[in-house]
Design a protein around this ligand. Structure first.
Ligand code: APR
Length: 169
């Protein structure tokens, strides 16, 4: 049974087997979580992302999919990059946000990761409302069979923490 836990802080400081990156399709870095992971993890991560672009992901990582690289200098062993959907009023992209969590857990299982830290994917630059993101994230993790023993949601501010805490209790 996978334990869901909550932490307020930076995902770059989590001593877990794998941290999930809220990346973009280019896999070449950005701001927020992506910026922090590349900044703290160092150039090895970007080099591994470039290799992925040159190999399987010539057109970039599609939204909802996940792929792992080294975590460089981070405490974690791996970074699992996933691309969240951008919030849309006119189109329901919930299944893509659910897919990010399901695919990240699938990749984590393939790696043999036992502990995985997730940020609140899509709730920053991609503007997904926190409450709905927390619902999708926690429901998807709970519904996904996985060998991962701990899923740790890492929230960066009090409001996000409270919203996720309401879902995890
Ligand atoms: N640790 C944990 N959470 C963080 C951190 C951090 N160091 N920095 C930001 N966050 C939080 C934000 O407050 C937000 O709640 O992570 C959540 C996701 O925000 P973003 O990082 O903006 O990710 P997202 O909304 O998925 O947008 C992805 O932003 O950084 C670019 O390259 C990235 O284009 C991609 C887009």
């Amino acid at each position: 049974m996978t334990e869901l836990t909550l932490v307020k802080g930076s995902i770059t400081e989590q001593d877990v087997d794998a941290v999930v990156n809220a990346a973009n399709s280019s896999l070449l870095g950005g701001g927020g979580v992506d910026g922090a992971i590349h900044r703290q993890g160092g150039p090895e991560i970007l080099a591994a992302c470039r290799d992925l672009r040159a190999a399987h992901y010539g057109k970039g990582l599609p939204t909802g999919e996940a792929v792992a690289t080294t975590a460089g200098r981070l405490p974690a062993r791996w970074v699992i990059h996933t691309v969240g959907p951008v919030w849309s009023v006119s189109e329901d992209r919930s299944r893509l946000l659910a897919s990010c969590h399901r695919e990240a857990l699938r990749v984590a299982g393939e790696l043999g990761a036992r502990t995985v830290a997730f940020p609140a994917i899509s709730t920053g630059v991609y503007r997904w409302p926190l409450e709905d993101a927390a619902r999708i994230a926690t429901e998807t993790v709970r519904a996904t069979p996985t060998s991962v023993e701990e899923v740790r949601f890492v929230l960066f501010d009090d409001r996000a923490y409270e919203v996720f805490a309401a879902r995890i209790g």
